[in-house]
Design a protein around this ligand. Sequence first.
Ligand code: PLP
Length: 287
Amino acid sequence: QWIYLNGEYVTKENAKVSVYDHGFLYGDGIFEGIRVYNGNIFKCKEHLDRLYDSAKSIMLDVPLAPAEMERALVETIRKNELRDGYIRLVVSRGPGDLGLDPRRSPKAWVIIIVEQLAIYPEEAYRDGLRSVSVSQRRNIPDALNPKIKSLNYLNNILVKIQANLAGVGEAIMLNSQGYVAEGSSDNIFIVKRGVVFTPPCYCGALEGITRGAIMELCAKLGYTLKEEPFTLHDVYVADEVFFTGTAAEVIAVREVDGRIIGSGKAGPVTTHLLQEFRKIVEIDGVK
Ligand code: PLP
């Protein structure tokens, strides 16, 4: 396995960052999780746009132009002979003296890791996940803007820990006003009487690439899609609930906080969207 590290390819054992790296010391950096389907990078431009927007927002100079970054991604999957899998692209502020002032880190570090993906078993897509809401709250834009995909994932990790303790696959995070925001690393959708709802990003959702692809699919397939705030009550009484994410794709939820959702397995809209999503991933990509 070859890891891209600042323009060089090194083995997994030799892929090391400094203890002075500000990504390590302060979570100062950004990342992307990207899927490779059949040798194609899915939604490459969208992921790079989000990466460079996150970089601009935190005043991080990415040492590669987007076209160079795309070439580095393509070369890394080629070198690893990856047909289907997952890419983790990390840009950290880079090594610098102690002290959180980013001027101490003169050069950002770019790291690309490719992996085989351990996703949910296929029956989870039919049967749906169990889920719980958690006490952890999602930052809304008065703190770190949720659109920035930063290396500060402690909040999400605490959500994941609560999901683990409850023995469920993914948890639901609310924002400080009590509206549903997203999962620990997935966006959330609900379906009620044929209408599909997802929280707007200002409720505390990352602008997920899969979320965007599903919104486009809804339009194409003729489902009404509403981006509006909703509460846990709306989730409990929804006909269908599902999460979307690069790793999870579209995964149904069969139970939330002990309430059975709809029929108690993946509903028709979720199943339809997953089927159609799996069709587009094969064709919509960068070779
Ligand atoms: N929300 C959070 C907090 C995430 O980390 C992710 C994963 O990247 C998502 C949602 C889903 O976004 P995407 O579809 O771009 O993977």
